[in-house]
Design a protein around this ligand. Sequence first.
Ligand code: ATP
Ligand code: MG
Length: 631
Amino acid sequence: MNASFLSILRQIPTLFRHTVSLAWHADPWALVVVAVAQLGQAAATAFGLLATNRVLVSLFAAGPTADRVREALPSLLWVAAASAFAATLRAVSFAATGRLGPKVERLAGLSMMEQVIRVEMEHIERSDFHAALDSGQHGQTAARRLIEHTLGIVEALMALIAVSGVLAVLHPVLLPLLVAVVVPKAWGTVRAARRTYESVQIWLEHVRQQGALRRLLISQRAAPELRVHGAGPFLLDQFDQMAAQAADEQTRLAHLEARTELATSALSGLTAGATYAVLGWLLTHGQLPLAAGATAALALTSGTAGLRRMVTHIHHLYEQSLFMNDLIRAREEARRRAIPATGAPVPEPPEVIAFDRVTFRYPERAAPALDDVSLTIRKGQVVALVGANGSGKTTLSKLLAGLYLPTSGTVSWDGTDLRALRRDDVFAHVALVLQNFKQWPFTARANVAISRPDAIHDTARLDAAAAYADAHSVLADLPHGWDTLCEKGYEGGVDLSGGQWQRVALARAYFRDADILICDEPTSSMDPAAEIDAFHKIRALASKDQTIVLVTHRLHSVKEADVIYVLDEGRLVEHGDFATLMSADGPQVFRRLFELQSHQYRTDTLDGVPAQRIRSRDAMPDQSPAAGTTG
Ligand SMILES: Nc1ncnc2c1ncn2[C@@H]1O[C@H](COP(=O)(O)OP(=O)(O)OP(=O)(O)O)[C@@H](O)[C@H]1O
Ligand SMILES: [Mg+2]
């Protein structure tokens, strides 16, 4: 946004239109009430000034004082009535503005979030987009303040028109004088607004990082390491340094503002002095009767106050509009990066999902996470993805779910490129247990039912999901069963163990009842019995025609998979069923990994005593107290 003084003045009508349209959408009635109340106030102001003039004319007339006061009395009553009327309307307008503001804020926030929740995963992970979203957050409160300041401007403008009308009747030269008093002030306030906004923009990343640190310092998840590893004082020191830098910036702004304020006040003072000198000249040269002069002085005081109010409101309007502009920009960016709502429908679960020479590169990463991968997944199959850390299993699962689109190559569902399909339909066929699945800070019920929120009150379905994932024992321990809050730090909140959370995640995926179930390390925290049971149940779903994609490092559990895909540094290096991959004349990667793992199990147990303990005792004889005394 161009920020020069004149350009701001030019932008005011647009800002005004934008704000009024926002308010109209939020609450048309409140807007009408405010408009009427403000018109009424302006009329009351003008009427009050004219009545004041009549009071003064009566008081300055010839004759005994008692008669003059008596003469002035009816006009005085009119002044009082006008003032009471204006006060009542001010209250009405205040109440309606109070009603309008929060609604506008809600509408502005909603309009942004509606777009944000549809943004492609790839973009939601980008730092530039996140910075734009953070700037946009300021726009929510800005929307509310925009309304308040726009209405403030209208109110001040109305009052000014009323005062100007009266001044013009008294003497035309008084009008430009009124404006001259306020111009320096206007210039100063706009300058300050621009400085504040520029500072906020430059310091945005700083503020974001400071916010992240603040959250970490009070986070429950970070608390153990913060204490045991001594990370607390370290982070606190960083936080304090950042706070000190921010404080310096605030001081710099305050000093600049004080300087501008001083300069503009001096100029305003000079113009005010000149104005009253002109008024004095008009009176002494008989250009203006004494009563009219007094009214003019009153009108000038009230007029300059109105103008100052208007300038202050314009300053804030401008400042807030810059933030509002950020919100609009973030919203537009989100809309531009959104998952398209259109595409070919996917009414049935796919018979075949095919990856054809798929390469995928994360933004800001040079090496591809998936490199020229071709594979097929058929309906009802159990497909296993195995490979070392970072080999691309999770990435592949996310492409399969339609969360990412390939950088090159295609993922197709029954021959149609994923790009051409309606993505909401694609998602509708998928249930996920992600490696970093979300532990929602909600009740146990919501944690399971969030995969299909419309069925949240279907307790039978919830129970079936819990039974499937063996989560009944977890629920039985919770103080309020399904309705226990699974987040510490809130009233009645509890935390679950790692394995218990995984059961909840599995129950969530089952509750969704989708055609394709993607499980990425679904049992990594489960005890051996639970793990065996979970794998058995996951595989059993395939017999109900569900397609299962299982990512795991537990190679024993993929024995029964229809096909195993082995990834290595993003490339698909082997595939086939277990027997094929294990045959001596076949490829070797899977076999070597499998044998390494099973060898570990075989040699790690000797007559039920973990071999590790035997070895470590044998390996360190010198460190025993006995060895110390003899050696
Ligand atoms: N969101 C992301 N942004 C950038 N790079 C990523 C992202 N997620 C993963 N990567 C990178 O992509 C590569 C593949 O990661 P991926 O998570 O798919 O591996 P994985 O096979 O699931 O590993 P693990 O067994 O450790 O879960 C890695 O080099 C990883 O660092
Ligand atoms: Mg992974």
